[in-house]
Design a protein around this ligand. Structure first.
Ligand code: AMP
Ligand code: ZN
Length: 667
């Protein structure tokens, strides 16, 4: 017998859930990304055709898209405590003595875990399904960030084996180091400042308003505690093992220690081994294993008595500072770099370290030939944290910060409030010029085939290009004679440049390299302004009225637009036929009918899927919010609208309209 659509949908969901688990939790995928995408698309299509089978926990719901302006504050059912810290073995001995006294026993079994360095989260499961995800907040109440958390694929939306069905589980949202580095590389390519450390980036990501953007961040979640009124386990260890079988990511680094000495072994091991972990840790958390003992010990005003954190010392070494060099970034920012006598630190050989900026150098009085302390803490790049003055050579002289650009010789400027010096010669400084062109041609921007970063430098050195508009004037005959170029490569390059004229407007906008206008912002701007002229003539008020455009971005766009050099460049791009407006296709069906109106969508719809409905609202100029507030203008309700939403809508007297009424409204 043929299976029904519903069965097919459930089967695909089941399969995709398993593949997500294999990939994100076990790190052992059994199918290719491509095969996964095909299955996901198939499911998306079926769900769109059959909205009656909508499920908020379907794997398709992980791509994000919901916008949350204000995260709702929710009280924690069980308070989220912090941890007491310890810094030495004596501290731990003292802690054990306290426990022995309270419990009246000699032998205590512990569980040692790493202290994952990220942002804490509390996940609530009901009937084996993820119900809610709330940040720690002040421990009593936090922000409901469920829409964002759902995009993290290692968190089960539905349990694999619902051994326990109703409970809370706590963990840490982190960004693994490799994902962090990749993300920073992309930011630098887009002309944005790199993030300084994974922890702050992880917690910042959780509060992004656009869940689709959260879905793009390499977030992961490591769990460390199961909480419920009554757990069917005797030990913490057992609870976590069961959580693991239910599909949660519980690091294998966790270990039972039968005595405090075994705890020390664990600490000693990870004090050095931690540098080889795929994510950051700043210490060890030691917990009493027996849940009955935990109950008996209870809590102080701020932390459990049954657990304690042991903090690793940031590894520090001293070495000689041989020289200071200054790097110019694509945006003209100057970064001083310490060139060091190589040393081994935190498992790698360090030859260079960050000196941050002029103030930092002055404050620490860092000089060439000094013996300096270098530390590798939360940041990926080691930094100089101090000087060993006892080793300072007699003839040492204070460091004079450079006053002129090492690249073009222009006098540096430093704006009020900026920690860094900048080379203001935006259009004459070689690094800035080539950097901008390299960004323009990059994969996520104009994606010009046959042209790479090194060739850009070569073309610039040969005087063939001075800006990105010049690319469109290049002739094959000019390129062929260049080093390592041949007829074929020249032809490819010209063809690639020609083809880039078809790149859609939002990517061109990103390619222009306007400061702070990354991919997402470019999309928002393109959608709102529809063509480059409207954007370049937009005033401050108009700019900041656009969703997610703040003061900094608005100012940067205005600065860009009023610069005659840019006006001329844009004029040239237009003449060459580069796409500087949304295509007729993209414009189709877009109106301003809903301008200024905010909608909340709830329930299941029959004429279109939720995603289609939301797109329709946005295409017609409306805004979508995930929660009802005084600012909501309408609620579009389908079948099975959430009861709590209904009550809230009624109490705030917000009109509830049906799908049909909405469609009539558009007409
Ligand atoms: P603190 O923020 O210093 O008070 O430390 C408490 C925080 O450490 C908790 O809120 C957790 O977010 C975090 N943490 C990281 N790893 C663990 C772990 N293995 N067990 C308990 N808490 C952890
Ligand atoms: Zn310069």
């Amino acid at each position: 017998m043929a299976i029904t659509i519903e069965q097919k949908i459930n089967q695909l969901r089941e399969e995709l859930r398993q593949h997500n688990y294999n990939y994100y939790v076990l790190d052992a995928p059994t199918i290719s990304d491509y095969e996964f995408d095909i299955k996901l698309k198939e499911l998306q299509q079926l769900e769109a055709q059959h909205p009656e089978f909508f499920d908020a926990n379907s794997p398709t719901q992980r791509v994000g898209g919901e916008i949350t302006k204000n995260f709702e504050t929710v009280a924690h059912k069980n308070r989220m405590y912090s941890l007491d810290n310890s810094y030495s073995k004596d501290d731990l001995f003292d802690w054990e003595k306290r426990l022995q006294r309270i419990l009246g026993v000699d032998q205590i079994e512990y569980v040692c875990e790493l202290k994952y360095d990220g942002a804490s989260i509390n996940l609530t499961y009901e009937n084996g399904k993820l119900k809610r995800a709330v940040t720690r907040g002040d421990g009593f109440k936090g922000d409901d960030i469920t829409t964002n958390i759902k995009t993290i694929k290692s968190i089960p939306l539905q349990l694999r084996n619902a051994i326990v069905t109703d409970f809370e589980i706590r963990g840490e949202i982190i960004i693994p180091l490799d994902g962090f580095e990749k993300m920073n590389k992309e930011r630098v390519e887009a002309g944005e400042d790199p993030y300084s450390n994974p922890r702050n980036t992880a917690s910042g990501s959780l509060k992004l308003q656009d869940s689709a953007e959260v879905a793009n961040r390499p977030l992961d979640c490591l769990l460390y505690q199961v909480v419920a009124d009554k757990l069917p386990f005797k030990t913490h260890y057992e609870a976590l093992q069961v959580a693991k079988r239910m599909g949660f990511k519980i690091p294998n680094t966790m270990q039972i220690a039968t005595s405090i000495h075994a705890v020390f072994d664990f600490i000693n091991h990870w004090d050095t081994e931690r540098h080889h972990l795929p994510y950051e840790t700043d210490g060890v958390v030691v917990k009493v294993n027996s849940l009955a003992f935990q109950d008996e010990l209870g809590y102080t005003a701020k932390a459990p008595r049954w657990a304690i954190a042991y903090k690793f010392k940031a590894e520090q070494k001293s070495t000689v500072l041989k020289s200071i060099s200054y790097q110019v970034g694509r945006t003209g920012a100057i970064t001083p770099v310490a060139n060091l006598e190589p040393i081994e630190l935190a498992g790698t050989i360090v030859k260079r370290a960050s000196l941050h900026n002029a103030d930092q150098i002055a404050k620490l009085d860092i000089r060439v030939n000094d013996t300096v302390f270098v530390e590798k803490g939360g940041e990926i790049i080691p930094k100089v944290v101090g000087v060993d003055l006892s080793k300072r050579p007699k003839d040492s002289v204070p460091t004079k910060y450079i006053t002129h650009c090492p690249d073009c010789g222009t006098a540096l400027v430093r704006k009020e409030g900026d920690a860094k010096h900048y080379c203001p010669n935006e259009y004459g400084c070689p690094t800035q010029i080539t950097g901008r062109i390299q960004h323009f041609i990059s994969r996520k921007a104009m994606d010009i085939e046959g042209l790479g970063a090194e060739t850009v430098e070569l073309l610039f050195k040969e005087g063939l290009i001075h800006n990105y508009a010049d690319l469109y004037e290049l002739k094959e005959e000019q390129i062929i004679p260049l080093e390592r170029m041949a007829e074929k490569s020249a032809k490819n390059m010209i063809e690639g440049i020609e083809k880039s004229k078809e790149i859609p407007f939002e990517r061109v906008l990103f390619a222009l390299g306007i400061r702070y206008v990354g991919e997402t912002v470019a999309k928002k701007l393109a959608k709102h302004f529809k063509n480059i002229d409207a954007l370049m003539h937009a005033g401050y008020e108009e700019l900041i009225a656009v969703d997610e455009i703040g003061d900094r971005i608005a100012q940067s766009i205005i600065d860009f637009s009023k610069n005659p050099v840019n006006v001329q460049l844009i004029g040239r791009l237009k003449n060459y036929g580069v796409t500087l407006a949304l295509s007729a296709e993209a414009l189709q069906g877009q109106t301003d009918i809903l301008k200024g109106k905010t909608f909340v969508v709830s329930g299941v719809f029959s004429k279109m899927s939720r995603t289609e409905l939301k797109k329709s609202i946005e295409d017609n100029g409306g805004k979508i919010s995930s929660s009802i507030s005084k600012k909501t203008d309408y609620i579009i309700a389908g079948e099975n609208m959430g009861p709590s939403k209904k009550i809230k809508a009624e109490s705030l007297q917000i009109p509830i309209i049906s799908e049909d009424e909405y469609l009539a409204f558009l007409k």
